[in-house]
Design a binder for this molecule. Structure first.
Ligand SMILES: O=C(O)C[C@H](/C=C/C(=O)C(=O)O)C(=O)O
Length: 280
């Protein structure tokens, strides 16, 4: 089972659980009153996913709804730069001695199967496949040993990056409207035995362009949580993206830029596949 945020046929924001057969049991059917997935996470009522009553007959299929970025109203999304040494090398940079954190804005993201919008002012639009972490429990100065207890679950992230604007500032290059994607769903942390042993694959029009294992991160998920929480209190529903491995389009010869009509997907084994089309 996984959690999703979606719009129903009336464009009403909803959330619910996706069963293993890709049916959706809505929050109302689950008997839960929280209006958003973020609020449900914060209330603690999803802390034991195995206790949820999934007996209601599902009325919707996953492919019938418009999926949103898994927590569309997140308070903060912290992203990590250069967290795989092969990617730092291909970028011509040193492996960092501390996590390079930047942020993404809500409106820079879309959900699974929604159009990612290519910038009109740049042809240097690049893909970056990543693992993303959804925070479940708030905390400040979280020790590394306790960090994973603050995780609600995991999902996939496509950190679409406008490289020439990124040279002006990271904030600009990483925040074009609808330039990235988050989803399709959140896999509860209890269903992920070892987050540092997951294979991540990015495909462009079906061709594998990035493949790595999360064991090769420079800073582990626990270290990233601990580090960010040194700066600020992490809140339920906050997202931490863990950085991309090597194989990005910018580092190829010739460069491989995203174009309108391309299909881009990010698969993290055990979590699912986030797939999007590039649109104008
Ligand atoms: O250009 C920057 O300053 C940001 C850049 C981001 C890299 C990633 O997004 C990544 O490696 O996943 C960096 O930190 O150099």
């Amino acid at each position: 089972m996984r959690y999703v945020s979606y719009l129903d046929s009336d464009q009403t924001p909803c959330w619910g659980v996706v069963t293993d057969s890709n049916d959706i049991v809505s929050s109302t059917q689950l008997g839960l009153v929280a209006p958003t997935l973020k609020k449900a996470i914060a209330s603690g009522e999803l802390a034991s996913p195995n206790r949820l009553n999934l007996d209601s007959t599902p009325t919707l299929r996953l492919d019938e709804v418009q999926l949103q970025p898994v927590i569309p109203d997140f308070g903060a999304m912290y992203c990590t730069g250069l967290n795989y040494s092969d990617h730092a090398r291909e970028s011509g940079k040193e492996a960092p001695s501390a996590p390079r954190i930047f942020v993404r804005l809500q409106n820079s993201l879309v959900g699974h199967d929604q159009s990612i919008i290519a910038p009109t002012v740049s042809e240097h639009f690049d893909y970056e496949g990543e693992l993303a972490v959804v925070i479940g429990r708030s905390g400040r100065h979280i020790p590394e040993e306790e960090a994973l207890a603050h995780v609600f679950g995991y999902t996939c992230f496509m950190d679409g990056s406008v490289r020439d604007w990124q040279k002006i500032t990271t904030t600009l290059g990483k925040n074009f409207e609808h330039s990235g994607a988050l989803g399709p769903a959140i896999m509860p942390a209890s269903h992920v035995p070892d987050v540092q042993a997951l294979t991540l694959t990015t495909r462009l029009n079906g061709r594998v362009v990035q493949q790595a294992n999360t064991r090769d991160m420079i800073f582990s998920v626990a270290q990233l949580i601990s580090f960010v929480s040194t700066m600020i209190t992490l809140q339920p529903g906050d997202i931490i993206a863990t950085g991309t491995p090597d194989g990005v389009g910018q580092s190829r010869n010739p460069p491989l830029w995203l174009k309108i009509g391309d299909d881009i997907s990010v698969t993290v084994d055990g979590l699912g596949t986030l797939a999007n089309r590039i649109d104008a």
